[in-house]
Design a protein around this ligand. Structure first.
Ligand code: GLC
Length: 443
């Protein structure tokens, strides 16, 4: 069956000027004026289907694509590598959409993107292909990240939650039998191990001015009882609170007290991997994928058995841990004229078998619930059982068609507060205003 080419849609409601610009309407209008609006659709109907995704550090993606290509009848898939940094990848793909669709058919997409892409009509509504009976086989949080105005716009691929990695061997040597439960305990333990055992750094995390910096900043805010949005009213910004400010103050204290090196204010995940896996840090905050890199050719110094994983610590007096919910979904370009082939590939990549391979080889957390009780996975990938615990406390970043704007504001303020250029109070005060303005302009 061949699908009709999905018509390009707008949001279906009247847009004010700010909406129009923010949602990329200017790009669409520009493309229409140039007469390109109708022919930008992904793929040409022949040739390879194009699949975009950020750099694959695990080396498992191309193997899976090769496997698909071997069994596929009539078409092949070509991998187009996009930037590792989710923000840079987002900008690239948005530019292509604004210019009329681009040639990418299937998009490996961050969980923070669907609302914005769906609001613009850039990605295909797959509600009929992915009915409730199928959605039930997946974890709920990633499914929710794909729902916009009651329709679903893709299939969950793998999920992510911020984890505390620690050097179990070093902690044991120092007489600690458990990982830290609070940020204060983490600081004390890091200091002791650093001094007694001559380890360069206590803690490394992602403090750079980019999306990962937002995830880290939010985790300090949440684990200190603060929040960005009012849980009872998603249009109300509540970030200007003592709890949120104190959360950012804890993050800043990591640098100020020398627990973390000053350079973490420029760290992304890419700098975190060697900092921890070369043996120079006692603790690290990172996503599950880092576990797969331990003991490999690139990182022979720290072996998986030397690493422990725990939920992120909380501030003194706080109860439950909290992590940023991350992860990646498979979306289809609405302008692609190869909807049916794209769907075949999405089904293949999100199948139980493919997810199983990625979990075993790349320690990525599956989105299919059945894999959490898979015996081999539980025995060989400890990060899955521990990740399951962290996922229970994982919280989404604000779900909004304006999230990318909100994120840019948080990136700037969190990074400036981390570096001590502004106080945490100033950061949350500024964000209260700028985020409110963004949310109000969009409602
Ligand atoms: C991980 C997460 C993603 C997040 C990104 C930030 O890739 O899965 O959701 O936005 O890290 O760097």
């Amino acid at each position: 069956m061949t699908e009709r080419k999905a018509p390009r849609r707008t949001t279906g409601r009247k847009l004010n000027r700010r909406d129009f610009l923010k949602l990329g309407g200017a790009g669409l209008a520009g493309a229409a004026l140039l007469g390109t609006a109708g022919c930008g659709g992904g793929g040409s109907g022949s040739g390879d289907l194009i699949f975009a995704m950020g750099t694959d550090t695990s080396g498992t993606l191309q193997n899976l694509i090769d496997k698909f290509n071997k069994q596929s009848k009539g078409f092949k898939v070509q991998f187009r590598e996009m930037p590792t940094d989710t923000g840079q990848y987002f900008d690239k793909i948005r530019t292509q959409f604004q210019a009329g669709g681009g040639d990418i058919d299937v998009i490996g997409a961050d969980v923070i993107w669907p609302a914005q892409f769906a609001a613009n009509g850039w990605i295909a509504d797959v509600s009929d292909k992915f009915p409730e009976s199928e959605r039930q086989k997946f974890l709920d949080a990633p499914v929710q990240s794909l729902i916009y105005e009651d329709k679903i716009y893709g299939v969950p691929w793998f999920t992510d939650a911020g984890l505390l990695y620690y050097r179990q061997d070093l902690l044991e040597k120092a007489g600690y039998s458990e990982p830290p439960k609070t940020w204060t305990e983490l600081q004390e333990m890091a200091e002791k191990v650093k001094q007694d055992q001559g380890i360069k750094n206590g803690f490394v995390f992602q403090g750079d001015q980019y999306e990962g910096g937002v995830c880290n900043g939010l985790e300090y805010i949440w684990t200190n009882g603060g929040d960005v949005l009012d849980p009872n009213d998603p249009n109300a910004i509540v970030i200007d609170s003592p709890e949120a400010a104190d959360g950012l103050a804890i993050e800043h204290s990591m640098l100020q007290e020398g627990v973390a090196p000053q350079s973490v204010s420029t760290y992304t995940e890419t700098e975190t991997d060697p900092a921890f896996l070369n043996g120079d840090a006692v603790f690290a905050r990172n996503w599950p994928y880092m576990y797969a890199l331990a003991g490999t050719e690139d990182y022979p110094d720290v072996k998986p058995e030397q690493i422990g994983i725990a939920p992120l610590p909380v501030a003194e007096g706080q109860g439950e841990s909290a992590s940023a919910l991350g992860g990646w979904n498979m979306l289809i370009n609405a302008a692609s004229d190869r909807q049916e082939e794209a769907w075949q590939f999405v089904q293949f990549m999100t199948s139980e078998e493919s997810q199983r391979i990625r979990t075993l080889e790349a320690t990525l957390l599956p989105t299919r619930t059945s894999l959490y009780s898979d015996q081999e996975i539980r025995e060989t990938v400890p990060v899955v059982a521990l990740g399951e615990v962290a996922l229970k406390n994982a919280r989404p970043r604000p779900v909004s068609p304006y999230y990318s704007d909100m994120s840019l504001e948080m990136q700037e303020q969190f990074n400036a507060s981390l570096k001590g250029e502004i106080s945490p109070e100033e950061a949350v005060g500024t964000l209260q205003e700028s985020l409110t303005e963004i949310v109000q302009a969009g409602s």
